[in-house]
Design a binder for this molecule. Structure first.
Ligand code: GLA
Length: 385
């Protein structure tokens, strides 16, 4: 039985956003090396996950999935061993339907044997997609099947469901044993996609939590249009570093798993600074896993600065102010709206999680100007004024 998997939002790297079909063992080994050397591992990123397109188009004579020997000549067990030798964990991909989204064999009617194969190979994480779903069998049952198979395969394998929020995923996904679940369609390496995905999940924060996290999709931080896939990114797409900073902050405060999607072997300094911001990661990994809420009663309609709050284990509050608008704008919030009456004689000491410094004490309210698409993330500590 899995032991405490998914106690905090899973963190790691996934091959899909940048490489799609163009994966092989050299790439995965190189990524594992860099995860250690760059300091990503020390920040908590632990899963190295191969997405779709890793297998041959047919199962072997015994009905087992087989790795493509051109892409993975040493086989998956050897690759898992390599990843483990770096102190990291190894993830793979399959699908609940008859084929994976890219048309490779997948696990429908093979759930228990595939779970056994993954366990034998030393897999620690399984992303489980939702393409080519057979008629006449509800999606929740397909995920319950693989959930049962993984929970009894003799190895701790984190179950990462990827049903894109379809068929009211949020209502039944916890029942399947999944530790995280994709709640949206696929992300694209542009600002509109980031904002739309985040907005679409806000009302659903309370339907996730410890052991079953709402995955708003893999990060595009640092991709800068570097995908080999025209839908996800490619030439002419990409975001500014400010936009990647806001994207990372939003995913973090909304408790999304943090799965890096860029080529970590070629990170700029700005990308490293974003992905390795320990103050932001601490908000995401807070042990209590409280759901965030939008403070602004005007909700998500329209543009302007939106404020997201998350209560943290030690009594502090994470406060993210996000300027979704295309112009510099003022963000302001009254502490009253978080539950703090001024008459209490208390206020907040604000720590800026991007500047990494304390700003001082504030009573009653906090106001700041924020550039277009930028954000401010504070850690607010309750103090006597
Ligand atoms: C779906 C998923 C993606 C990726 C691809 C692979 O689109 O949502 O994250 O896994 O399939 O084909």
């Amino acid at each position: 039985m899995p032991k405490n998997l998914g106690k905090t939002p899973p963190m790691g790297w996934n091959s899909w956003n940048t490489f799609t079909h163009a994966i092989n063992e050299e790439l995965v080994k190189g990524v594992a090396d860099v995860m250690v050397e760059s300091g990503l591992k020390d920040c908590g990123y632990e899963y190295v996950v191969i997405d779709d397109c890793w297998s041959l188009k047919e199962r072997d004579a015994n009905g087992r999935l087989q790795a493509d020997p051109e892409k993975f000549p040493s086989g998956m067990k050897a690759l898992a061993d390599y990843v483990h030798s770096k102190g990291l964990k190894f993830g793979m991909y399959s699908c609940a339907g008859t084929h994976t989204c890219a048309g490779y064999p997948s696990s429908f009617e093979h759930e228990f044997e595939d779970a056994a194969t993954f366990a034998e190979w030393g897999v620690d994480f399984l992303k489980y997609d939702y393409c080519f779903k057979p008629e006449g069998i509800p999606g929740h049952l397909l995920y319950k099947r693989m959930g049962m198979a993984l929970r009894n395969c003799g190895r701790d394998i984190l179950f990462s469901a990827c049903s894109w929020g379809a068929d009211n995923t949020h209502d039944w996904i916890r029942q399947t044993g999944a530790q995280m679940f994709r709640s949206t369609g696929d992300i694209q390496d542009n600002w509109n996609s980031i904002v739309n995905l985040a907005k679409s999940q806000f009302d659903r924060q309370s339907q996730q939590g410890v052991y079953c996290w709402n995955d708003i999709d893999m990060l595009v931080v640092g991709m800068h249009g570097g995908s080999n896939n025209g839908f996800i990114g490619g030439d002419g797409m990409g975001c500014t570093d400010i936009e990647y900073k806001s994207h990372f902050s939003m995913w973090a405060i909304m408790n999304s798993p943090l799965m890096i999607g860029c080529d970590v072997r070629n990170m700029t300094d700005a990308t490293k600074e974003i992905l390795m911001n320990k103050d932001i990661i601490a908000i995401n990994q807070d042990p209590e896993g409280r759901a965030a809420y939008v403070l602004d009663s005007s909700g998500w309609a329209g543009i302007g600065v939106k404020i997201i709050i998350k209560a943290l284990e030690n009594g502090d509050y994470a406060v993210g102010l996000f300027n979704f608008g295309d112009h510099r704008a003022q963000g302001t919030f009254a502490f009253w709206d978080m539950g703090l009456p001024t008459a209490s004689g208390l206020g907040f000491e604000m720590y800026d999680c991007w500047e990494h410094k304390t700003e001082g004490k504030f009573s009653e309210r906090y106001t700041v100007d924020i550039d277009a698409h930028d954000c401010k993330v504070l850690r607010a500590k309750l103090v006597k004024m």
